[in-house]
Design a protein around this ligand. Structure first.
Ligand SMILES: NC(=O)C1=CN([C@@H]2O[C@H](COP(=O)(O)OP(=O)(O)OC[C@H]3O[C@@H](n4cnc5c(N)ncnc54)[C@H](O)[C@@H]3O)[C@@H](O)[C@H]2O)[C@@H](O)CC1
Ligand SMILES: Nc1ncnc2c1ncn2[C@@H]1O[C@H](COP(=O)(O)OP(=O)(O)O)[C@@H](O)[C@H]1O
Length: 643
């Protein structure tokens, strides 16, 4: 990802204001510090395989015993895992499943250490030529060794493996090509069946990655064992953060091998690392306009609740004003519930469109609903006209709707850039031919993403293969990247882990994962809340930047590029605080994928087993979308305090 470019852009956009002028002095001053903080990066950023190899190289050339250090962390983690389950080392039965590469080497040295500490360790090798020194060390320590060649061999050891306390999965790591094949694939396939059906199945400790995951894209296309714990060697890889692979990593410990993290930008980052960048500070001399106005064209006669939810969420998220445009009937209801909302067309610092507006398939041809769709279509066209220098093009775009019916005052569409969140029923109004959406965030769930990709591609090119919901769920990053490429919009692909892809199309994409939601948040209206919240974050940021950047900078092409870099960060903040607010409302702990502080091979972590013991996590209580809204202020307050 263009992490450095995004950070530089953020700094330029937020530059130039003396800290004495705003109250929350933390956020800008701490940005560099928190981003360069090694532990924060080790637990919140991931690097592609080619970057990992480049980081390993200088250390290997300097003679650093990386494999021995990684193996020590793996062995210590296995000890902690056993302790957390109340199993004494001398009684522990460990299976080390060993492949033919260095990943197997890590597993063999870890097996050797565990055997020396007193555990019973059996090596199950799927290669005739496992790491030679590792094998020698493990056998010398007293590990038994079985090599598998055929399905019959697998059948003979299956019960022994399933009866063990821990399986160390060291079959393949970052050197994997495709999904698991041959005897390795068959072994994992059979173990996976047992993992899903047997009453007892061992805890699984994955070495570096659960064998079989797509390391760089987080795909899970073949057989893979669900890990209880994954020890990532050196740094996190994208598969540790990206769905669906992140769902099979269990909890994660990074074995800190002293990689130089400055050698390359991370490929994927966690939303926690960047969300606080765009917390616009409050100023003592703020007015309701300077804090940002969120404009919403949401809800419809058919889906009235979405208007209420999106407006209520936006008005809880720190803006100075919320403006609502929509059918008469909806406005009346809204006013009764949110008297703070201002009704009717006017100016806004950012727009949210489409939540609860029927798409073309569900539109009942009610006058109000059609008006909503037309207003959004016009707003989108206005946006595109922004990117054009030709005044006539701008004129022709606004001709479609009488000015008094436009939700936005046309003059206000001029610079500075105003971001827009395009949700639900507005997604099918996007026209990839005419629209430059680099300052918008589209927020599809998997089904909407598949539909949108199919529509946009059928309109634009020779692409013929239909994308299914299943395709998007299995390859969310690839799908989001495709949507970003096609539209130029920042893509916020909703799910248990929400994936954000964005940034200027000519550059490396910025890829961010927000994973702090809890599954109680999969509830009707939750997405409307997210849209309102994200729009409000955009409004505050946009107003702050507009007020603190010079007119010369705003007229500069660099400003538009910088803003495009900021869009995925704004989207990440929305998803991150949405998840946080939902978890506060539910009381749920993070269910899985907790990344623990890095494990330094020189100083093994005594507290690790205590953390692991907390696998009995609070699953929280059921919530409704309104509960998320109530906790938005608390989530934002916590974020301000820790920034
Ligand atoms: N270079 C080093 O000294 C370090 C290496 N480390 C470990 O080394 C690993 C990378 O090692 P390698 O590059 O040797 O690669 P791996 O060991 O990850 O993978 C290569 C092995 O997997 C098999 N394999 C590949 N694709 C397969 C498929 N689709 N189905 C079945 N088998 C398949 C290959 O035949 C080979 O045996 C890392 O993941 C990490 O565990 C870490 O310990 C850090 C230090
Ligand atoms: N299993 C899950 N765990 C956590 N969050 C989830 C899960 N499934 C969905 N979500 C979140 O819930 C929200 C649902 O949005 P959406 O499907 O648009 O709902 P609606 O249209 O009813 O408002 C999204 O923010 C999504 O990321």
């Amino acid at each position: 990802m263009s992490f450095s470019a995004a950070r530089a852009a953020y700094q330029r956009l937020y530059a130039g204001v003396p800290s004495s002028q705003y109250r929350n002095t933390g956020n800008i001053a701490n940005t560099d510090q928190s981003a360069s903080n090694t532990d924060m990066l080790l637990t919140h950023a991931a690097w592609n395989v080619k970057h990992v190899r480049a980081m390993e190289q200088p250390l290997l050339e300097a003679g650093r015993p990386l494999m021995a250090q990684a193996a020590h962390c793996i062995a210590q983690s296995a000890v902690a895992l056993l302790q957390s389950r109340g199993i004494r080392l001398e009684q522990a039965r460990i299976i080390a499943a060993i492949g033919g590469g260095n990943n197997g080497g890590d597993g063999l040295f870890a097996a050797s250490e565990l055997r020396t500490l007193g555990a019973t360790v059996t090596l199950v090798c799927t290669s005739d030529a496992p790491h030679a020194q590792g094998l020698a060390a493990a056998q010398q320590a007293g590990c038994d060794c079985i090599t598998l060649h055929t399905d019959q061999d697998i059948a003979q050891v299956l019960t022994t493996i399933c009866d063990a306390d821990v399986i160390i999965d060291a079959l393949a790591g970052i050197g994997i090509k495709g999904s698991l094949r041959g005897v390795t694939g068959n072994l994992v396939q059979q173990l996976r069946e047992a993992q899903y059906t047997a009453q007892h199945f061992p805890a699984v400790l994955a070495v570096d990655t659960p064998s079989g995951v797509g390391v760089d894209d987080g795909s899970c296309d073949g057989p893979i064992l669900d890990a209880t714990l994954t020890v990532a060697c050196g740094v996190l890889k994208p598969c540790h953060l990206l769905p669906p692979a992140a769902y099979v990593c269990g909890d994660i410990i990074v074995a800190d091998l002293d990689f130089d993290l400055t050698l390359s930008d991370p490929s994927v980052v966690h939303a926690d690392l960047v969300a606080h960048w765009c917390m616009s500070p409050t100023r003592f001399d703020d007015s309701k306009y300077s804090r940002g106005v969120a404009g919403l064209v949401t809800g419809s006669v058919a889906y009235l609740g979405a208007a209420l939810l999106s407006v209520r969420a936006a008005s809880r998220a720190g803006v100075g004003m919320v403006r609502y445009c929509g059918p008469e009937h909806v406005r009346a209801m809204l006013l009764a519930q949110v008297p703070e909302a201002v009704l009717g067309s006017g100016t806004a610092s950012a727009w949210v469109v489409g939540s609860g507006v029927p798409d073309s398939r569900h539109s009942q041809n009610s006058v109000g609903d059609e008006q909503q769709r037309q207003a959004i279509a016009t707003l989108l066209q206005e946006y595109c006209a922004l990117g054009q220098t030709d005044h006539e093009a701008q004129q022709s775009h606004t001709e479609q709707m009488p000015a008094e019916q436009l939700p936005v005052e046309p003059s206000y569409m001029a610079q500075p850039i105003r971001p827009m969140v395009i949700d639900a029923g507005a997604l099918d109004l996007i026209d990839p031919h005419t629209q430059q959406l680099s300052h918008t965030i589209v927020t599809p769930h998997a089904a909407e993403c598949a539909r949108l990709l199919n529509t946009l591609q059928s309109q634009s090119s020779a692409q013929l293969t239909q994308v299914s919901v299943h395709d998007v769920l299995n390859h969310p990053v690839a799908s989001a990247l495709q949507l970003w490429q096609t539209t130029g919009a920042t893509v916020l692909l909703k799910g248990a882990h929400t994936v954000i892809v964005g940034g200027p199309r000519e550059q490396e994409p910025t890829i961010i994962v927000a994973d702090n939601a809890c599954s109680w948040m999969a509830t009707a209206g939750s997405g409307d809340v997210l849209a309102g919240l994200t729009g409000a974050i955009c409004a505050s940021a946009s107003e702050w930047i507009a007020r603190h950047s010079t007119p010369e900078y705003r007229a500069d092409a660099q400003y538009a590029v910088d803003f495009a870099h900021l869009m995925p960060i704004l989207a990440a903040a929305g998803a991150h605080w949405h998840g946080f607010a939902g978890r506060l409302a539910s009381g749920a702990d993070r269910s899985h994928g907790v990344v623990y502080p890095p494990c330094n091979p020189q100083q093994p972590q005594p507290a690790l087993h205590a953390w692991l013991r907390s696998t009995m996590r609070n699953t929280g209580k059921p919530i409704i979308a309104s509960d998320i809204i109530e906790r938005i202020p608390a989530a934002m307050q916590a974020a301000y305090q820790t920034a």
